[in-house]
Design a protein around this ligand. Sequence first.
Ligand SMILES: Cc1cc2nc3c(=O)[nH]c(=O)nc-3n(C[C@H](O)[C@H](O)[C@H](O)COP(=O)(O)OP(=O)(O)OC[C@H]3O[C@@H](n4cnc5c(N)ncnc54)[C@H](O)[C@@H]3O)c2cc1C
Length: 630
Amino acid sequence: MCHPRQAEDTKTFTVKGIGTEKEKAMTMRSHIARSQKTSIQAPLSTVPLSQSALAQAAVRDRPNARVLIIGAGINGIATFRDLALQGVDVTIVDRGDYVSGASAASSHMIHGGVRYLENGEFRLVQESVEERNSLIKIAPHYVKPLKTTVPIFSTFSGIVAAPLRFLTHRQGVHTERGALLIKVGLMLYDSFSRDGGTVPRHEFRGRKESLRQLPELNDHLKYTATYFDASMHDPERLALDVLRDGLDAGPHARSANYIEAVGMDAEGVHLRNTVTGETFAFAADVVVNTSGPWTDVTNDALGQRSSFMGGTKGSHIVLDHPGLLAATGGREIFFEHEDGRIVLIYPLDGRVLVGTTDLEHDMSQPIRCTEEEVDYFFELVAYVFPRVAVDRSHIVFRFAGVRPLPNHDDEQPGFVSRDYRIESRPIGARPGFILSLVGGKWTTFRALAEHLSNDVLALLGAQRRVSTVGLAIGGGRNFPTTDAEHQVWVVAHGEEVGQKRAGQLLARYGTRASDVIEFLGEEPDAPLSNNAAYTRREIELLAQTEFVVHLSDVVLRRTSIAFKGGMTMALLGELADVLAPILGWSASDRASEVDSIVATLRDDHSVVLPKAQPVIRKGPIAPTPSLSAA
Ligand SMILES: Cc1cc2nc3c(=O)[nH]c(=O)nc-3n(C[C@H](O)[C@H](O)[C@H](O)COP(=O)(O)OP(=O)(O)OC[C@H]3O[C@@H](n4cnc5c(N)ncnc54)[C@H](O)[C@@H]3O)c2cc1C
């Protein structure tokens, strides 16, 4: 994590990979001079130049690169990192914040994809388990092994089916999967996924032992099968780490959020700054379209009509429910609905995540978790844990996203392949190629990026210099993996902030926490009045070094406060107060930032904060947010 530095006449922050401080200030001056029609109107001496504005200016002031990546979800970002490490002149843009699309809506699983075996997708399973095993090592700060238990009700023809459709699957026809079939499937999965024996074999348990281990399970079950996958604790922060690694490769790697690709002609791709409204042409030899479920929409905007995609919507709820948390026994409870939809219930940071659905979606419509989906989740939780009462008062957050799946005609959503492919076409309007990514999960982002990058390198006639296999990501470098190593780290870094806080920051940022601790110690610091888990300087650091543009970026992606149900009006006000001077917000900017995130939390996440309550700058903790039951 880089530290902010102020220039004499302007407030500029170090942006890795974007030239010297002097160059950056000059760049920004020319940007301001040329954008009188933009919202930056204040005298130069008072213009607060946020890190994101500098990054946007750097893209606009050299509007060309060998490769332009459109879409900074995990797959675009990972491809950016890979190409940056090869020394390729590459720029990535996103029309919104980093990782705000499908990548922000996942079930937080890094999984081998046991169920893909049935469809004969051996390549995908092989790649997924290898990547899962690797991510546990290269990103150990965010990716952790997860014990996964499948309840098996094999003698019932009820609503819940076994998770594996091995051998018997016929398109659209539900076939009961018995324990034997699941056993065979998991033996096959073991043969793929054991990483030379470091991942334990699956276990199969009868009813009595299953209920001894997990007493709240439905006692009609016959067996449980248990195996290991992995969970991803903070996907947004992991993606930022991948991005930072790309930027650290050098000034040939540039990135900017809030820049949208809106068209293309002989001059290049037309990019529009969604904050200022400014538009400019950006020339690249290869354009990579990684805009996830919006891939066709982006291609259409570029005059490259395509119909590659057929994304399906999936939703989740986050529950604050100690009883359900205890019932999971720290495991993921995983099964498959008879129509192929995956259902999971699992503990995440003291909350329980329940998902997901798989519904056809019209991309022109809002992407939200509906009341019907909530009812469906409750029905399934009640089936698996019949003695644990769950209702809407336990929900602290809802979220939904559209999977960037391939066009699948009549195939049922749950059965559509989760594998990815790359479509390549000449640009037409100018020399060069446009590559469109179709598909791609979180789990396989590194391998996918390597494939996409190889295709780009081939088009550029360039060679791979660096392999990303086994290359640690961000705060996963030298991350302490044993209790003893953890203790050594915490003691070594606890002098300034205390050992407890050092441990908290290590969990939050990986070994990048040492930079955070150094920054916190440079000036007096204090916990936020409305959330003692964060300090004022920590939020300042996020604002200065993590391309924050809006309050929502901090609330939804740089921190997981809202995800865990911790957001209040008082906290929003306090966060806005910390961000305002750094991001150059006027009083009215600040007020509209607060209004905007209040609306987003209400509309997209069903978190209703009291509307009329004035924003309190410092004071008592506001009541827990309630959820709309409408
Ligand atoms: C409900 C659900 C559950 C899932 N669970 C899992 C899981 O447990 N494990 C797993 O491995 N995978 C899971 N996935 C899949 C995984 O999350 C996605 O496949 C993956 O995140 C896609 O990443 P991406 O970078 O391709 O797309 P996205 O993350 O959608 O990124 C695309 C980006 O493009 C930007 N964009 C769009 N148009 C433009 C434009 N014109 N100009 C500039 N930018 C643009 C968007 O703002 C967006 O940020 C799940 C997905 C969903 C929806």
